[in-house]
Design a protein around this ligand. Sequence first.
Ligand code: PLP
Length: 416
Amino acid sequence: MNTAPAPANPSIYDVFRLGRTDGATPIDLTIGNPHLKPPACYYEALDATVRDLRAMPENGHGYSTGGDPFGLCRNIASDLTQRFDAPFSAKDILPTVGATGAIDVILKTIVRPAVDVCHTQAPAREPDEVVVVAPYFVEYLNLVRGNGAVPVVVESTSDFQLDVERIAAAIGPRTRAILVNSPNNPTGRIYSEASLKQLAAALEAKNREFGIRILVIEDAVYDAIVFGNRQVPSMIPHYGALVRVNSYSKSLSLSGERLGHLAVHPAFASDERRAEFVADLNLNMRMRVVHAPLLQHRVVARMPLHGLVDIESYHRNVDRLHLTLSSLGFGVGLPEATFYLWAVLPVEFDTEEEFRALAHDGPSPLHYLPGTLFGGQAYRRCVRFSTCVPFTEIERACARLHEISAARRQTSGAQR
Ligand code: PLP
């Protein structure tokens, strides 16, 4: 049974471990690792790619020599141009090792080291800062700290929209960037167009006040998993100093293949400055992680990039679990997007650890993630369930939740 507090600096690997159990048949609703297979057109493109590679006289598996030899960046640029009515160019797009690799390389490029190791006389600078909106994706703090910056965490509003006033108050002369994740992991909320517009105006004002240019890192990895024909607004129409990050981990169920990209906004800066920035990003990527797997470049370059997710299947899971959680007294809203349910524990549980002890007990332990992983003590009564599992697992989870609730009622009855 695992009732240890969540680790202080959790990484995605701790999260993987939290999902493990010595129970016989665990119900694992921890991480967002889609169980749905990639769409049929992925396998068609994969088959065709393998045929082509086999038939090539030369080795098609060598190092990347740069550029866009398979047309992946062209494919991404035309998808973005169409969706956002902004002239994205293939040369401003970099395939990366997942969205994680994209965020990492952006931060590496914009964060200046606080300590100048080459000039022993140089005074250490105050570190750069990156604004992170809570609750946030578990890995954000590690990415910011790992690149030498300090995360400045700002909580979202009570309905999980951006709290622009608080964000503005958290910005100072050392702010380099803000991470904006919509649709949001873990809350499943989509940030409204109005709040994004307001954020853009607030950033412009702070840029003028401090003579800086705050970069928006727009993380859109869930923009293909959206319920009920909702649109996902972007900051692209409102703010030019922006890099959009996405990947195929969720939208094509390719989380293990590690393909993502970053796209620099067409209005990021003058053509010359933008080219310099892209060159720096390229250099840092080669220094850090080499390049994203080329087999996947070849395959995804041949595919449509949108509208391929089996939304109904995710919707069904989310609805089913939501129904059970609300009937048992959890504070939980229906997500607008993603496959996560973010819930506040029913009042009868004093702490998350108490709930966890019951959830992990017995031959069918239920695994989920504690809210503290997504933003510390402010979320100590919250839990996140990931529903990208077969429906039968959702049914098991619902049955288990009823058992946990009954067990709690029994112990409180015994104590009275
Ligand atoms: N950003 C968010 C908000 C996520 O939830 C995740 C993964 O769960 C990632 C980025 C990482 O995506 P990738 O697998 O493309 O590195």
